[in-house]
Design a protein around this ligand. Structure first.
Ligand SMILES: C[S@@+](CC[C@H](N)C(=O)[O-])C[C@H]1O[C@@H](n2cnc3c(N)ncnc32)[C@H](O)[C@@H]1O
Length: 528
């Protein structure tokens, strides 16, 4: 469809297309600004709300969207600790630092006794929300500093986000109404052991201990269920802040195991969505609520548990998982074929070798698979040795793109170059080569599961680029060195494209550019 030719503000002939919605044009910057103020701000979107039986409400592209384009930016309606959290400050949300002397405790709020990092954080608007509701009660918060348990997650934090929502109801009914119209899956959730515990503990705490009567029991449980269905995990400052945020607009994005968008958070906790690849007009805009390297069984079980739905996306319904056979094992009988599910959308379906037709019951297959998963989880992840040993021990039973193998390989890409004794300048030629192989293999997989400008791909490229540069610097042959440096430069260019909108990555990128420039200069000097 060709764009309009009349200025949306004054109707005179115009050619400057609005970069946001691309559905209106302007004759001048001034008229664009005026039109924005007079209402285009609300209308300027490249998506619309839609609904169907499978996805419920979801958002669809109203025009073609380019790779890397920003699709939405939204401020949080509510932010707060996760259901279980390491001790964190309720004012600034940073993980609490150990007190100056080990015998001391965390600083405690003078009004409600919850730990904070300092007196200053008592006045944070975030904290005032729950502080007002708790200050009058006799409740004393029992979260104390314990040197040996700094990583321990406290379940007491589950009440904070709920209290912030209750406060929202009291202070801003219109904002609360936006929260309250989100999906909850409360009926399914109430049958789970987690909600039975919540029902017993949370309701007693809010109603009896705090004596709050502004919300009914059902309303409190509904809010908890809305948060579990819709909140995003929000990470900032390199992991020093790990909380949840509720964004009612962003909550409308559907899940897909091969999503077309990625998201990040800015310094003000706004959530920002980008197109990871070109998106065609009419396509459902999607993010992933799960992990790309997990198999169909793992992803679907996780999605059912946390988001209460049965995913039936193209990757889930394909027994070969886009040709990777990520959920399959090598057949123990013919040793050639892969054992795949006869119906990946049914957990109880039998499994069968695609070559010799050997059949295995779901129970038999899944028990064996769970054992391998547990084994991988229990490994020492501080050194590459235990993971390499895992790969060696399972080399016959599991093929190169099996989920457990892929997860172990991904962990290895993060350990070679960083683990104690395996820093980049300590790696042998063989280990450098190994890291390159692992990154390249996973990059191929990322093209299938999380392609385009994904953070997963960006992170792998960062590991690969550093390794290729280290390889270049260890080479004596000038033309081989030059080829490697060129490869490192190309990789850095791709990383810059992908990470262009990630403020936290800019320093690393600048350092990488400097290192590469220095290496190139040194090589050029040597070549003269
Ligand atoms: C964050 S909400 C998304 C908005 C929701 N569809 C609504 O109508 O409010 C997440 C819920 O949307 C539904 N959903 C999202 N993606 C889905 C998918 N790929 N297949 C089925 N249901 C999906 C599930 O019910 C899920 O619990």
């Amino acid at each position: 469809m060709s764009p309009p030719t009349a200025c949306a503000f004054c109707q005179s002939h115009a050619t400057q297309l609005c970069a946001g919605c691309r559905s209106v044009v302007y004759c001048s910057r001034e008229h664009q600004k005026e039109h924005w103020k007079r209402g285009h701000k609300r209308e300027c979107k490249c998506f619309e709300l839609s609904s169907n039986e499978t996805l419920g409400r979801h958002l669809r592209a109203t025009r073609d969207i380019k790779m890397g384009e920003q699709i939405m930016r939204e401020a949080p309606l509510v932010v707060g600790p996760k259901v279980a959290s390491v001790p964190l400050c309720l004012g600034c949300h940073k993980n609490l630092l150990p007190p100056a002397k080990p015998a001391q405790n965390y600083y405690k709020c003078s009004a409600c006794t919850w730990p904070l990092c300092s007196a200053e954080c008592e006045q944070s608007p975030y904290h005032l929300a729950e502080c007002r509701l708790m200050a009058g009660s006799n409740f004393e918060c029992k979260i104390n500093y314990k040197a040996a348990e700094q990583e321990h997650k406290e379940s007491a934090y589950c009440v904070i986000m709920l209290l912030r929502c209750v406060q929202l109801k009291l202070e801003s009914p219109a904002a609360f109404a936006r929260l309250y119209e989100l999906e909850d899956h409360l009926k399914e959730r109430l049958e789970t052991p987690l909600y039975q515990v919540l029902r017993a503990n949370l309701i007693t705490f809010i109603k009896t201990v705090l004596g709050l009567n502004n919300c009914s029991e059902l309303e409190i449980l509904r809010i908890a269920a809305i948060l579990d269905t819709n909140a995003f995990e929000l990470r900032q400052l390199g992991g020093c802040v790990k909380v949840r945020g509720l964004y009612p607009g962003a909550a409308m994005f559907a899940h897909d195991c091969v999503p077309n968008m990625r998201h990040r958070f800015d310094d003000d906790m706004n959530i920002v969505f980008l197109a990871k690849r070109p998106i065609a007009k009419g396509e459902v805009l999607s993010i992933s609520y799960t992990q790309p390297l997990r198999s169909t069984i793992q992803r679907r079980v996780h999605l059912k548990q946390v988001k209460c739905f049965d995913c039936a996306c193209a990757r889930c319904e394909d027994p070969t998982e886009l040709g990777t056979f990520a959920g399959a094992h090598v057949c123990g009988k013919c040793k050639v074929g892969k054992i795949i599910s006869m119906d990946p959308l049914q957990l109880a379906a039998n499994w069968k070798c695609e070559v010799c037709n050997l059949k295995r019951s779901a129970k038999e297959f899944l028990t064996q698979d769970a054992k391998i998963e547990q084994e991988l989880e229990s490994l020492d992840k501080t050194t590459p040795l235990s993971l390499e040993d895992f790969l060696y021990r399972h080399r016959v039973e599991l093929h190169e793109t099996n989920t457990h193998i892929l997860q172990a390989k991904y962990a290895l890409t993060q350990l070679y170059g960083h683990a104690t004794g395996f820093a980049m300048d300590e790696l042998s030629e063989k280990s450098l080569k190994r890291k390159v192989e692992l990154c390249e293999e996973l990059l191929e997989i990322s093209n299938l599961f999380d392609g385009g400008w994904s953070i997963f791909r960006g992170n792998l490229l960062i590991e690969l680029q550093e390794t290729v540069l280290a390889q270049a610097l260890s080479l004596e042959n000038a033309s081989e060195c030059e080829a490697k440096l060129k490869q490192a430069a190309e990789l850095l260019q791709e990383i810059s494209n992908i990470m262009n909108n990630e403020p936290e990555m800019q320093q690393l990128l600048a350092e990488r550019r400097q290192m590469l420039d220095a290496a190139m200069a040194r090589y050029a000097v040597g070549a003269e």
